[in-house]
Design a protein around this ligand. Structure first.
Ligand SMILES: Cc1ncc(C[n+]2csc(CCOP(=O)(O)OP(=O)(O)O)c2C)c(N)n1
Ligand code: SF4
Ligand SMILES: [Mg+2]
Length: 293
């Protein structure tokens, strides 16, 4: 079946992102799926800059800047306000980085998810606090350089499994998506729009300056993340029904790490260690998926 990306553009060309920014392409696809009747709630992150300074805005829908830790709670409040006005058509989209989701925003998000507030929460994950100068987050993967995990003390804790945390809330819909697969990405955001309650989408979002990659390979790298099983594409419904959306080609992890300066210091043994972890995570995911068949 041929998939057509919607032609309407809700992101303007005058945004303030770096070239090759995955977060910007992600917003473009998300808004194509959601359309004009969307209100964005934006906790502090790179997108606070990308959106542009008041009175300018790079998005053609209303956008509310919130405190970094409050994405879930603010979105729930905007939803409640719309409900009082009888507006059931407008989608409330909380749009946060990995720091605003995995770390400081997790309490507000967990509260909204536990109440099953009627919001879509999208986390664009660039695996560090990029807006403030590339500090590590709990989404930063094992082995990565950041300014707070320098080469001689690179990160030695694994990335937090945010999808499992959201599944534990038994929300109606959670999914992973990637800028390298726009058809899958847009289909998932549209599906989320058709469901009521808390919907969570975790987006793999390359950041050229933070990952030390050339700006013209960010989409290629996003594809490698999926094909090497680092970032599988899947959905979880009601916290228990898993669907795998793409079978990865099984690209070696070394091919995924090599183009990224943030992993340049790793030895062959450390790369092998990462490969074993990725394989083990993949087996665990497969087990959950097979359990549902
Ligand atoms: C309570 C609080 N502490 C610190 C900050 C400064 N701050 C703004 S954005 C940000 C990092 C955001 O990281 P992330 O959510 O991953 O988004 P990214 O910048 O990577 O897009 C920080 C530390 C803040 N706004 N509020
Ligand atoms: S620092 Fe990274 S996430 Fe932020 S605007 Fe630049 S490319 Fe995008
Ligand atoms: Mg980030």
């Amino acid at each position: 079946m041929k998939f057509e990306i919607p032609k309407e553009e809700w992101l303007g060309s005058g945004h303030l992102a770096c070239p090759g920014c995955g977060a910007t392409q992600s917003m473009r696809y998300a808004l194509k799926a959601l359309g004009e009747k969307t209100i964005i709630v934006l906790p502090a992150c790179c997108w606070s800059i990308i959106a542009g300074p008041f009175p300018y805005s790079s998005v053609r829908v209303p956008l509310y800047h919130s405190a970094w830790e409050t994405g879930g709670a603010t979105a729930a409040g905007v939803r409640a306000g719309l409900d009082i006005q009888g507006d059931t058509e407008t989608t409330v989209l909380a749009w946060a980085g990995d720091g605003g989701t995995f770390d400081i925003g997790i309490q507000a998000l967990s509260g909204a998810a536990e109440r099953n507030d009627d919001i879509i929460y999208i986390c664009y994950d660039n695996e560090a606090y990029m807006n403030t100068g590339i500090q590590r987050s709990s989404a930063t993967p094992w082995g990565a350089w950041t300014t707070t995990t320098p080469v001689r003390h690179f990160k030695t804790r694994p990335k937090k499994d945010m999808m499992m945390i959201m599944a534990a809330h038994k929300i109606p819909y959670a999914a992973t998506a990637s800028v390298a697969y726009p058809d899958d990405f847009i289909a998932k955001v549209k599906k989320a729009k058709s469901i009521r309650g808390t919907r969570f989408i975790h987006i793999y979002s390359p950041c050229p300056p933070g990952w030390k990659i050339p700006s013209d390979i960010s989409i290629q790298l996003a594809r490698l993340a999926v094909e090497s099983k680092v970032f599988p594409l899947y959905e979880i419904e009601d916290g228990e029904r898993y669907t795998l959306n793409r079978i990865p080609a099984g690209v070696p992890i070394a091919d995924y790490l090599k183009p990224q300066g943030r992993f340049r210091h790793l030895s062959r043994e450390q790369i092998q260690f990462i490969q074993e972890r990725v394989d083990a995570d993949w087996e665990r995911l497969l087990h959950r998926i097979e359990h549902c068949l």
